[in-house]
Ligand binder design. Structure first.
Ligand SMILES: [Zn+2]
Length: 98
């Protein structure tokens, strides 16, 4: 597992300006809670990081995206590399993520 990289001087509480903070913080996104970082699950897969339990509902929502190329790529990345989910472990089928 590799840590997401915060900018120098970040106090780990700056999701508006820091990608690492945005990837690990639930914020208001268009009036509802979410993760304000495009294609965030791909960053978790790439860094082999565990997706927190609190993020699971948001992960399910990613598969509802209108961007079918993104959804297909996310499914492929999960099949190829697996995705780590807190409380479940490594999952290699997107259907088990939902
Ligand atoms: Zn940060």
């Amino acid at each position: 597992m590799s840590e997401f990289r915060h900018y120098d001087g970040c106090r780990n509480k700056d999701p508006d300006n820091c990608g690492a903070c945005a990837l690990t913080t639930i914020v208001d996104v268009d009036g509802k809670p979410g993760i304000n970082y495009t294609a965030w699950p791909l960053s978790y897969i790439k860094n082999n990081r565990v997706i927190p339990r609190a993020f699971r509902a948001f992960l399910s929502e990613e598969f509802l995206s209108d961007n079918t190329a993104y959804v297909n790529n996310l499914k492929k990345q999960i099949a190829d590399k697996g995705i780590l989910i807190e409380g479940i472990g490594r999952v290699t089928s997107w259907m088990l993520v939902k």
